[in-house]
Structure formats: structure tokens, C-alpha cells
Write a protein that binds this ligand. Structure first.
Ligand code: NAP
Ligand code: MG
Length: 405
């Protein structure tokens, strides 16, 4: 059999711990036998980030910008314990944060659905993708306690030195708290563009929600910028693609999401997205089945699993024990990258490979072969789930894939 040829390379960002082990197996078992793999390889393991003084992370981000498509393995975000464990010269920043900032991108989280693992909301038959704005609001706020008798005001000084003061609260009767937060038009606009681009790329409706009735200037600014961008740059493309953009209040959105069938993208402000993406991940079944895509406003894509490096399993693996770590989200990071690469390069056989690998992975689970985490939640009539170790699970998928190709 001739291997599938790639035209342009994908930026490949390797990572840490158990996901690094699985990364190698996925390439050996599911990709390299079928595809003449072309990647630009960046080793984002903590060891190599330390060795390169984290330059490798910026180089990888630049490669995604240049090549248009990247795929990333989970990486360790250092904390005090990791600084000691890896004898780091510095507590290097989260690679995801660095790459997100470099690409000015938005993260979209999408669940992989299989029959047998039912969402907790029975009406959800298609995935709900959450897009979380990743800048500002309460994540970049300043806060203070206000003792009784104090007085809080908002002061804004213009470029010309003109000062505007807006009273917030007089804490005459009781002490209390105050916070100041902000966002930037440029960041909100990038967020909007990434959302519209991703909706077009996925051919799915886009919802955006905030609380503009109560927050008539702050949240309203988000609503206005989304509306402006849509009118100016995306309306025609949406019409052509047969999809819609829809704004509603956050509380109305929550009610509609629960009643919905799924199958749309839900853009959320930073805090809403933080909370809602965790709620949806749990409600759809498993973090190990959640994929994540970073989309830049200029339409560059980085695919990855939403979960981390699965440290506990890694130490079992190092001790020589078999592990049943779920590779699905990492496999789907690769298939997402192949489909996007193929689409950008006009290489339908690469798109087809991505689709066939996704189908083989889902079919194997639906036939009852899965990793231990899924066995615990799998319920399907007539199918008794069997838990395999990671490698045997990958081999099962490869067998199915080989038959389909
Ligand atoms: P985690 O790696 O996602 O794992 C948390 C737990 O969830 C695991 O111990 C495991 O539960 C379960 N789990 C997650 N993925 C699984 C999979 N594929 N298959 C089976 N079970 C899975 O999160 P963490 O332990 O909080 O973080 C570990 C490291 O990952 C940290 O250093 C963190 O900085 C990093 N991290 C990286 C990213 C990223 O690169 N995008 C994201 C999050 C965290 P059981 O142990 O009960 O089996
Ligand atoms: Mg959260």
C-alpha cells in the first residue's frame, strides 16, 4: 500500500510524562504505517524547555503561525514541586499560555461522542463546543477590602490628563470589598474573529452570550464588537455556509443549552467559559474524551487534548506497570490537524485519513473495547465493555483502520 503523501508539514509539539509516551505510540501504531508524515518537530518537554531557556516554546508558536497548523502533546506547567523535581533554573510559564498569547488565539473545547457513553443531559446528541475568551475580566482584576467609612471611586485619566471620577460606593454603614477589571477592544475583536472563523470552519451555528442588560457598558461592548465584526466581515460567509450567529443573555443561553440537541459553538466571556467548559466536560462524560483547538484571529490552528500529562499513570508506567490511559483526545488532536492540513493544502486523502482514524477509534469503543476510565461509565445494551491497556487499545484501532483504508 502506498502511504498518504503530505504537501506541507504540521508543527509537531511534543510534551511530557504519560502523554509523551502515548504520543510516540500513536505515531508508531496509527500514523506512520499509513502516512508519509511530514512535521516540524519541537520538543516542549520540560527538560528541553529548561535546556533552551524556554526558547523552544516561542519557536514552536512561530512555526504554527508560519505553517498554519500545529498539534500539541500535553505539557507540564511548572509549579514549586516541579521546579524541584526537574531542577529548573526558573518556574517557566505555561507553554499553552505562551502559545495562546503569541497567536492571540481562542481555545475551543469539543467532546468526542460515542454511543455507550451518554451525556448527563439526554437531549444532547451532538457536541457542544465552548469557546472561552482568554483575556482580562476578573482574571486580570485588582481588588481591595474597603473598611467601614471608606469611599470607593473609579478614576480614569485620559491621554490629555483629564480625570473622570465615578463613585462606586460609600462604605458608611459597613465595610466591604471592591474590584476593578478591564478588557481591551483589540482582544474582544480577536476573540470574535476566532469564533466566527471557527464556526465557518466547522459549519456550526455560533452563540454568544453575556449580561449586557445589567452590564450596559462593559458587557454591551462585547455584544457590540461581535455584532460589528459579524456585519462587516462574516455575514455573507455565514449565509453561504448556511449557519447563523445568535446573541442572547447568558442566563437565557444556559436554559437553551440544557434544552438543546447540541451541535453548536457557544462563545463565552472569560469567567463564563471557565465555568461552563468544566460543566460541559463533566456532563459529556469524560475529560479524557475532550479535545481542544486554539484558533487565531487570522485562522491558524493548534490542536491538542484538553487533559494534562496524566502524571499518576506515568509513575505507574515508570514502575513497569501496565496503564490503561485513554489516548482518544490525543488521537483526535492529530486527526484534527490532518483534516485541517488536508483542507488547507487541497489534499483530500489526508482529510479522509483523519476521518477514517476518528471513525476507527469510535467504532472500537462502540464494539466494547476501551480504556479503563471509559469502562467505568460505558452502558450499551448487548455490549460488555472490555478494558484494554493503552497499547492494545491502539493496536485494535490500527487493525480497524487498516481494514478501512
Ligand atoms: P491530568 O493530567 O488531566 O490528570 C488528572 C486525572 O484525570 C488523572 O490522574 C486521571 O485520573 C484522569 N485523566 C486525565 N486524562 C486521562 C486520560 N487520558 N486517560 C485516563 N485518565 C485520565 O491533570 P493533572 O493531574 O491535574 O495535571 C498533570 C500535569 O498536566 C500537570 O503538570 C499540569 O501542569 C499538566 N496539564 C497540562 C495541560 C496541557 O498541556 N494542556 C492541561 C492540564 C494539565 P486517575 O488518576 O484517577 O486515573
Ligand atoms: Mg475551570
Amino acid at each position: 500500500m502506498d502511504k498518504i503523501k503530505m504537501i506541507n508539514p504540521i508543527a509537531e509539539l511534543d510534551g511530557d510524562e504519560m502523554t509523551r509516551v502515548i504520543w510516540k505510540w500513536i505515531k508508531e501504531i496509527l500514523i506512520e504505517p499509513f502516512v508519509d508524515l511530514k512535521t516540524e518537530y519541537y520538543d516542549l518537554s520540560l527538560v528541553n524547555r529548561e535546556k533552551t531557556k524556554d526558547a523552544v516554546t516561542s519557536e514552536a508558536a512561530a512555526a504554527i503561525e508560519r505553517l498554519g497548523v500545529g498539534v500539541k502533546c500535553a505539557t507540564i506547567t511548572p509549579n514549586a514541586q516541579r521546579v524541584e523535581e526537574y531542577s529548573l533554573s526558573k518556574m517557566w510559564k505555561s507553554p499553552n499560555g505562551t502559545i495562546r498569547a503569541a497567536l492571540d488565539g481562542t481555545v475551543f473545547r469539543a467532546p468526542v461522542m460515542v454511543s455507550g457513553i451518554s451525556p448527563l443531559v439526554p437531549s444532547w446528541t451532538s457536541p457542544i463546543v465552548v469557546a472561552r475568551h482568554a483575556y482580562g475580566d476578573v482574571y486580570k482584576d485588582v481588588e481591595s477590602l474597603c473598611p467601614q467609612g471608606s469611599n470607593a471611586e473609579l478614576a480614569i485619566t485620559s491621554a490629555e490628563g483629564e480625570e473622570k471620577r465615578i463613585p462606586i460606593m460609600s462604605f458608611a454603614k459597613s465595610g466591604g470589598v471592591v474590584l476593578g477589571m478591564h478588557n481591551l477592544d483589540s482582544s474582544i475583536r480577536s476573540f470574535a474573529k476566532s469564533c466566527f472563523n471557527y464556526a465557518l470552519s466547522e459549519k456550526k451555528d455560533l452563540w454568544f452570550s453575556s449580561k449586557d442588560t445589567i452590564s450596559a457598558v462593559y458587557d454591551h461592548r462585547f455584544k457590540d464588537i461581535f455584532a460589528e465584526e459579524f456585519e462587516a466581515n462574516y455575514k455573507d460567509a455565514f449565509e453561504k455556509a448556511g449557519i447563523t450567529y445568535f446573541y442572547t443573555l447568558i442566563d437565557d443561553a444556559v436554559a437553551r443549552v440544557i434544552r438543546s440537541k447540541g451541535g453548536f459553538i457557544w462563545a463565552c466571556k472569560n469567567y463564563d467559559g471557565d465555568v461552563m467548559s468544566d460543566m460541559l466536560a463533566t456532563a459529556f462524560g469524560s475529560l479524557a474524551m475532550m479535545t481542544s483547538v486554539l484558533v487565531s484571529p487570522s485562522g491558524k490552528y493548534e490542536f491538542e487534548a484538553a487533559h494534562g500529562t496524566v502524571t499518576r499513570h506515568y509513575y505507574k508506567y515508570l514502575a513497569g506497570e501496565e496503564t490503561s490511559t485513554n489516548p482518544i483526545a490525543t488521537i483526535f488532536a492529530w486527526t484534527g490537524a490532518f483534516k485541517k492540513r488536508g483542507e488547507m493544502d487541497g489534499a483530500p486523502q489526508l482529510v479522509r485519513f483523519g476521518e477514517l482514524l476518528e471513525k476507527a477509534s469510535i467504532d472500537v469503543i462502540e464494539e466494547g473495547y476501551m480504556t479503563g476510565d471509559l469502562k467505568a461509565i460505558f452502558r450499551k445494551e448487548g455490549v460488555t465493555p472490555v478494558a484494554l491497556n493503552t497499547k492494545d487499545f491502539l493496536l485494535k484501532i490500527a487493525e480497524k483502520l487498516a481494514a478501512a483504508i
